[in-house]
Design a protein around this ligand. Structure first.
Ligand code: EPU
Length: 420
């Protein structure tokens, strides 16, 4: 298992190019199943979850071509199977995203039911109930969701509670080929949902209300292949900006959409950083400034994202004063806290609230990554800590951060990967 060895307290400087968004690429690749001809998707990040999705599409019989420029061409007219097997789903929950497209296009799907995960139980009941409302017959048996429909899915009125990102995406993909009109209420408004909707519209789907919490979809009979560029990864960008904040550095993230990070940038400013933006870049300057503690409550977009919570816990851990971080999306997303405590942080977790008292410095230690964003937070802690940190189980990080050690190295961090 790979590990990262990081020697802390280097100041960072310069700029980093942000990759395409993982959480936009995954549903868009699944949506390629809906097209009658070849789809070309660009700005695809080279990540483990993306490779898993491509393997899944290929295993079902789609023809996939990948070029050096991060472009993937998918022709799913050759599909032979509508099954997403356990071996692939167990490594990536987002495999559930093929359920909607398979059912809408082929009238059947057999998808392994995703299990729990490190950050919470993460049920998919809203995906299933929504498809049942559209006329699907669904049986959960032997760990698999067996879904079928006679003819086409039927448009329906669907209220989703709580707000769910992949649930909205799955039902959106199911609705675009359904007969009649579907209304999705309390829909997720995350930029990744909007990106998927815009991709579907380019393929010929009829969707109104994009970017709002009510999506109205008038089903069409077929969708065509198109070329499409995935949006930049706002969480990757936010993570590098947080690295600049903790190391009192100045860093620019390039190829980003600053509006996608509005709530996060406001919190960086509240924490004492100077933040400047252009149309497609963000610079965070923390040189000579002192980190102030900021209270955080995670909420669906456009509010503060759960995927940036762990990074702000590190900032607060070394800020001057006390703060409260409340996690409202996932029930178990504070696993980074015990590792940070081993590095000298002073944090108490009560239920879904972390009470943090800033300390003067962290010290390097051997720590274990438990999920994707927890891993990112441990890297940030290591970058500012005194001495050396070894982050184990880096495979979590490889699911969501492209060439992470190269990018940090270019910014001046002392970081190397130890491969075993
Ligand atoms: N929920 C239900 N029933 C459902 C679906 C969701 O109760 O049928 C609950 C969940 O248990 C959770 C809440 O709704 O408490 C929100 O979960 P959501 O469905 O929005 O999460 P997700 O779609 O599984 C996506 C991202 C996550 C990100 C969340 C929240 C992808 C592939 N994953 O997950 O990304 O944290 O939305 O924004 O898009 C990550 O990248 O590190 C990551 C975990």
């Amino acid at each position: 298992m790979d590990k990262l060895l990081i020697k802390g307290q280097n100041q960072l400087s310069g700029s980093v190019d942000i990759s395409g968004s993982k959480n936009a690429a995954l549903p868009i690749l699944a949506a390629c199943l809906l097209a009658d001809s070849t789809v070309k998707v660009s700005n695809i990040p080279h990540l483990r979850d993306v490779t898993t999705t491509i393997r899944l599409l290929a295993a079902m019989g789609a023809e996939v071509l990948i070029d050096e420029q991060r472009t993937v061409e998918i022709n799913s007219s050759t599909l032979k199977s509508c099954e997403a097997p356990y071996e692939l789903v167990k490594t990536m929950r987002a495999s559930i995203l093929v359920l909607g497209p398979l059912l809408a296009k082929y009238g059947e799907a057999k998808v392994s039911l995703p299990g729990g995960c490190a950050i919470g139980s993460r049920p998919v009941n809203i995906h299933i109930h929504g498809m049942e409302k559209m006329g699907a017959k669904i049986l959960v048996e032997d760990g698999y969701i067996h879904a079928t429909v006679d003819g086409r899915l039927k448009g329906a009125q669907i209220d989703m509670e709580p707000v769910t990102v992949t649930g909205t995406e799955n039902l959106l993909m199911a609705a675009v080929l359904a007969e009649g009109t579907t209304v999705l209420r309390n829909a997720a408004r995350e930029p990744e949902v909007t990106d998927l909707a815009q991709f579907l519209v380019k393929m010929g789907a009829k969707i109104t209300g994009i970017g709002t919490d009510v999506l109205t979809i008038q089903g069409v009979k077929s969708l065509k292949g198109v070329s499409y560029d995935v949006i930049p990864d706002r969480i990757e960008a936010g993570t590098y900006l947080a690295a600049a904040a903790v190391t009192q550095s100045k860093v620019t993230v390039k190829n980003v959409t600053p509006e996608h990070l509005f709530a996060v940038l406001e919190k960086f400013k509240e924490a004492g950083a100077e933040v400047t933006t252009t149309a497609n870049s963000i610079t965070l300057d923390m040189i000579g400034r002192t980190l102030k503690p900021v209270n955080i409550k995670t909420e669906p977009f456009p509010d503060f994202p759960t995927d940036m919570q762990a990074q702000f816990v590190v900032m607060n851990a070394i800020a001057e004063g006390d703060s409260i971080v409340e996690e409202t999306i996932f029930e178990n997303r504070f696993m980074h806290v015990s590792e940070l405590t081993r590095m000298g942080a002073s944090i108490q977790v009560h239920g879904n609230i972390a009470h943090i008292t800033g300390v003067e410095s962290l010290t390097g230690a051997e720590v274990m990554a438990t999920d994707l964003r927890a891993s990112a937070c441990l890297i940030l802690a290591a970058l500012v800590a005194k001495g050396q940190t070894v982050v184990d189980r880096v495979y979590h990080l490889d699911r969501g951060y492209e060439i992470v050690e190269e990018k940090f190295h270019k910014l001046g961090a002392d970081i190397i990967r130890l491969s075993e």
